[in-house]
Design a protein around this ligand. Structure first.
Ligand code: HEM
Length: 95
């Protein structure tokens, strides 16, 4: 979940939340819904925000003393935010 920065365009891309995920808020959502795998939805919102902050800091995306909450998290810009492009091809041929 940490590292891989700058590796996406290389021969061996390492897709982590830090190198790949376009939105920081997905972290809250994913951890809140699915983690820890052996006890999903057992964490309080504060605990989830703390884990999100820890992961973002260790991916060098936020400083160690930044408070992550419902106001600040949506403003965090992920490094690969600009790395996704829409696919203009129609879902169904001929439409
Ligand atoms: C509270 C502690 C935990 C946090 C914050 C956490 C966070 C995460 C996050 C952010 C991902 C997505 C990673 C990615 O797709 O790049 C993930 C995936 C995963 N985690 Fe956790 N995790 C926690 C505990 C655990 C535990 C205890 C287990 C195993 C018992 C576990 C097993 C998994 C597995 C198997 C995946 C991959 C799921 C998939 O790709 O379908 N996690 N976790």
């Amino acid at each position: 979940m940490i590292g891989g920065h700058g590796s996406l365009a290389t021969e061996h891309p390492i897709k982590t939340i830090g190198s790949f995920w376009p939105y920081a808020t997905t972290l809250y959502d994913y951890i809140h819904r699915a983690m820890p795998l052996n006890a999903p939805q057992s964490l309080t919102p504060d605990e989830v925000y703390s884990l999100v902050a820890w992961l973002l800091h260790h991916n060098s995306i936020i400083p160690a003393d930044m408070i992550i909450d419902a106001q600040t998290l949506p403003a965090v810009k992920m490094p690969n935010r600009g790395g996704f492009v829409p696919d203009p091809r129609p879902d169904v041929p001929g439409h």
